[in-house]
Ligand binder design. Sequence first.
Ligand code: ATP
Length: 353
Amino acid sequence: MSVEFVEPPYVDSGEPVISARDVRVWYGTTRGAIRAVDGVSFDLAPGETLGLVGESGCGKSTLGRGLMGLLPQGAKRDGEVWFKGREILGMKAKDNYRLRGHELGMIFQEPLTRLNPLMRISDHFEESIKQHDPGATKDAIRARALEALRLMGIPPTRYRSYPHEFSGGMRQRLMIALALVLRPSFVVADEPTTALDVLVEAQIVQILNDLRRNFHTSLLLITHNVGIVAEACDRVAVMYAGRIVEQGRVTDVFENPQHPYTRELLRSTISLNTTGLNFIPGSPPDLVDPPDGCRFHPRCPDAMAVCATKNPVTLDRVGGGRVECWLVGPHEQIPPGGTQPLKQEELAVADEA
Ligand SMILES: Nc1ncnc2c1ncn2[C@@H]1O[C@H](COP(=O)(O)OP(=O)(O)OP(=O)(O)O)[C@@H](O)[C@H]1O
C-alpha cells in the first residue's frame, strides 16, 4: 500500500519546522520532582523523520507529549519550542489546543484506548474536523475522511463501522488517518507499531515513509525498535535518563556510535548478525535523584573519574550531529586525573545508590 502524491511540489525553505531548546518536563510526586526530560534540544526539518530511542523510562513519551501540550495535570514544562516561527510552550492552552490536530498531530500506541467504542468512525472524523473547522458540511467532512481512509488503504465501506470491527493493524491505520486528516506539519508517533505483528508493522513503517516523502510531514517517531529507526528515519536521537546523549544522521550514528550508551543499545539489539545476546547491566537511574556527572556513568563500561563528578558537555559530532560524553571531549576541561578509569567498586557503589 502506498500514499499517493496529491499536493503541489513542496519548496524547502531550509527553516526547521520545529526547534526545541532546553526543554524540561517534570512530574511532582511526594518523593520530589521526577525530571523526566531535562534539557533537550533538537531541530526537525520539513519532511524529516527523527527517531527517538532509549530504554523504558528515559522520558521519550514525556518529551513527545510535552511538545504537543498533552501532559497530565501536575506536570510542568520549561524551555522553548519554536514551531513555524512561533513559540508554543509558553502559549495559552486555548491557542495550543487550536494548533493541535490542525498543525500538530499525535499517533498513540494503543488505538483502542483513544477511539471511543460507542462512536462510529464517521463520528470520529466529524468530531476531529469540526473542532478546527466548525462550519464544515457533512459532505465536505465525508469527502476529506474518505480520502484520508483511502490513503491508509481502508475502503469507504468501513466509514460507518465501529472501532471494535477493525483488526489491530487497521485500527492503527485508522488512528493515522484521523491524525492526518487535518494535514498537520508535525506529528509525534509514540510507539505506533509496538502492539502489531511484524507484517503489519512493516506496512505502517511504509505508510510513515510515504507520508514524509509526499506530504513533507515532519515526524518524531518514538520507538524501542532500532530496526525501525534504521528503516524509517533520517536522523536518530538517543535518550538516556531525560537527556539526548547523542543525535545525528542514522547512518553516521549507527555506523559510528560515539556515546557508549548508543553503542551498548545497538549491541543489545537482535539482528541477523547477532551471535550472542548482549544487554546493558543495571537499569536507568531514579529520575528524582539521578547520579552526579554523566547519568550513564554507573553503567558505562568506559567510565572515567571525570564522568562521576562533572556534567558532560554537548559537542558537535565528527560527521555531524551532537554528542555529550567525556570520552569525546572537551579534553581541556577534564581535571587532572580525570581520565583514570572509574574503578569497579566505585561503579558498584554508584549502581546501588
Ligand atoms: N504521569 C506521570 N506521573 C509521574 N511520573 C511519570 C508520569 N509519566 C511518566 N512518569 C515518569 O517519568 C519518567 C519517564 O517516563 P516516560 O514514560 O516518558 O519514559 P519512556 O522512555 O517513554 O518509557 P516507555 O518506553 O516505557 O514508554 C519515568 O520515570 C516515569 O515513571
